[in-house]
Design a protein around this ligand. Structure first.
Ligand SMILES: Nc1ncnc2c1ncn2[C@@H]1O[C@H](COP(=O)(O)OP(=O)(O)O)[C@@H](O)[C@H]1O
Ligand SMILES: [Mg+2]
Length: 308
């Protein structure tokens, strides 16, 4: 649905993008991750036809963004990192304004605006002034706005940044719903863990170049992140320790008192076999607790060029 080939964009001497290649399949949520200044906004503005590339090609649904601007703009809903200021407008006025700007006939506008208000769970706020909304609601309003012309592709520039955890969860739910409606979604962030749960694939960009692209699973492998659990046993851990050290699913076991810290091997996680195996061997398991992956630490290493 989105194809980028050798895309390059200079600002003066600075190469904000350099020979960038990227593919995003139809119906996926693609996380575009990179530190500030990496070139995410530049890429997205080119895709949204708001910026000309210096060289290279970009296609959306087969349309060349530099040649078929009008059709591309119909296909894409672009949400910029900072929304324009229309503070004195009410929520429904704001959306009706954009419906008019998209050329939607006036008799259809009301229905469409009500539809997107319902989808983004803002119906109760439609009479409120835009500037009276919380940041989370304003971000949902931004999404409502890009949905007005029912685009196939959504390009969302850091929609979750600056949101509290609850608002972030609401945005995540909304994105899942949009994916179910068949939309292709490209979403950027400078924090990998922010998008971890919703992305089918991610691309990591640094200094205008893609340093990694693949599934969340692949990225965890690349970063050397493996699932970990701590198992607490009753009595001495010796039997358990011995047994676990022989299993091919387990890369490493260390023991501290009655706690066994277990690292799974590549491609394995705790899908129930661990408890089953231990109980079968007569080990009394008191607790099994999954450990959180240190995704952001590993990501920082990757973007510092410390991991190859
Ligand atoms: N209009 C501009 N003029 C000059 N330099 C710019 C301009 N816009 C962005 N840049 C530079 O291009 C690089 C990429 O910026 P940007 O695409 O905004 O990155 P990101 O969105 O990943 O933070 C940065 O070094 C930034 O300072
Ligand atoms: Mg940006």
């Amino acid at each position: 649905m989105i194809e980028i080939k050798k895309l390059t964009r200079y600002y003066g001497q600075l190469a904000a993008l350099l020979d960038l290649d990227l593919m995003i399949e139809q119906g996926e949520i693609f996380g575009y991750i990179g530190p500030n200044g990496a070139g995410k906004t530049t890429t997205m503005r080119i895709l949204a036809t708001l910026l000309e590339p210096t060289s290279g090609l970009a296609f959306i649904d087969g349309l060349d963004v530099t040649k078929k601007g009008k059709q591309v703009r119909k296909t894409v809903g672009y949400m910029p990192d900072f929304m324009g200021v229309y503070d004195d407008l009410k929520v429904f006025e704001y959306l009706e304004f954009f419906a008019a700007a998209f050329g939607i006939p006036s008799r259809k506008r009301k229905g469409i605006v009500e539809g997107v208000l319902e989808l983004t769970d803002l119906d109760a706020k439609k009479q409120f002034a835009v500037d009276s909304l919380s940041r989370g609601m304003q971000q949902r309003l931004g999404l409502a706005r890009v949905l007005i012309h029912d685009p196939k592709v959504l390009i969302l520039d850091e929609p979750a940044s600056g949101l509290d955890p609850r608002a972030r969860i609401e945005i995540r739910e909304l994105l899942r719903e949009l994916k179910h409606m068949g939309k292709t979604i490209m979403i950027s962030s400078h924090i990998l863990s922010e998008l971890e749960e919703i992305c089918d694939n991610v691309g990591i960009i640094e200094h205008g170049q893609l340093v990694f692209s693949g599934s969340m699973e692949q990225i965890k492998q690349r970063l050397g992140l493996h699932a970990k659990v701590v198992v607490r046993v009753a009595g001495t851990p010796d039997t358990a320790l011995e047994l676990l050290s022989t299993l091919p699913e387990i890369a490493d076991v260390t023991c501290k008192g009655q706690d066994l810290s277990i690292t799974f091997a590549d491609g394995h996680e705790n899908d129930g076999f661990l408890a089953r195996t231990l109980v079968k061997a007569g080990v009394d398991v008191v607790a099994i607790e999954p450990q959180k992956l240190k995704l952001d630490d590993a990501f920082l290493q990757l973007t510092k060029g410390l991991v190859n």
